[in-house]
Design a protein around this ligand. Structure first.
Ligand code: NDP
Length: 248
């Protein structure tokens, strides 16, 4: 079935589904009967997630996707429509937390965060919006960060790009009209391999240490996303912020 409420039967595409929050979200939604199209760059990791879902009796397809490439997002949404006849939800989750102080001049990392979080999100909107308009139904779920609410050094570029995610999501919501739903889910510290990955060694180490002390499991975000998706038609959960209780 492809109802517009609940999770069962919904066709849901998720970017950044090869690990962490995306993987946990895929597993959460698959267990509740969603049909999934999962995108990320690491094919082996993606295949492992697809296989784990299939082993539990769920339905998932993997598509190798780099969100910074427009045509890759189109391939992700086309796969949903070709295989399952529709696309109900796009979860734009792919991200990179390559944080560092400005003086380190890690400009490739700055570019990657801009490309992944801003261009990547826009590529998802460009691919899914026409499908949603045609269907007169659809749901954008965009993964932001508490970094967009509280800026901490040395996370300025990361925080700026996540602030862009927040702003784009709110603007999209205002333009979405009565048929579409738009949700921002902003996680605080979550226990994933991505925390600080690719950043300066000092920043990565500090973040990993903090993660190991205070982070919540990625299932906390998966269930927040599930909550937004399972609402009845006409109910839009616009924004959810989820933090570990100990996070300032
Ligand atoms: P992970 O590193 O585990 O997950 C990131 C995912 O994004 C991976 O699946 C990665 O897969 C994918 N990805 C990265 N770049 C690209 C790209 N260019 N194209 C396609 N996929 C890409 O970390 P998290 O699960 O923690 O991160 C998920 C999201 O949650 C991110 O947007 C992050 O900013 C956000 N977040 C995380 C927090 C945390 O504390 N963990 C806190 C707040 C927000 P692959 O490398 O295979 O492409």
């Amino acid at each position: 079935m492809s109802g517009t409420s609940g999770i069962e039967g919904k066709v849901i595409a998720i970017t950044g589904a090869s690990s962490g929050i995306g993987e946990a979200t895929a597993i959460h939604l698959a267990a509740r009967g969603a049909r999934l199209v999962l995108g990320a760059r690491r094919e082996e990791r993606l295949n492992a997630v697809v296989a784990a879902i299939a082993a539990q009796g769920g339905t998932a397809t993997g598509v190798v996707v780099d969100v910074t490439r427009r045509e890759d997002l189109r391939r992700l949404t086309d796969t949903a429509v070709d295989r399952y006849g529709r696309l109900d939800v796009l979860v734009s989750n792919a991200g990179t937390m390559a944080v560092s102080p400005f003086d380190d001049l890690r400009q490739d990392d700055w570019d990657a965060m801009v490309a992944t979080h801003i261009t990547g999100l826009l590529n998802g909107i460009g691919a899914a919006l026409p499908v949603f308009r045609r269907q007169r139904a659809g749901h954008f779920v965009n993964v932001g960060s508490t970094a967009a609410y509280v800026v901490k050094s040395p996370q300025a570029v990361y925080a700026a790009t996540k602030t862009a995610v927040k702003v784009i999501t709110e603007g999209l919501r205002q333009e979405s009209g009565p048929d579409l739903r738009v949700t921002l889910v902003s996680p605080g510290f979550t226990n994933t391999e991505g925390v600080g990955k690719g950043g300066s060694p000092e920043a990565a180490e500090a973040l990993a240490r903090q993660r190991d002390e205070i982070a919540m499991p990625p299932s906390a975000i998966a269930s927040a996303i599930g909550y937004a998706v399972e609402q009845p038609e006409g109910v839009d959960v616009s924004e959810i912020v989820v933090r570990p209780t100990v996070q300032a």
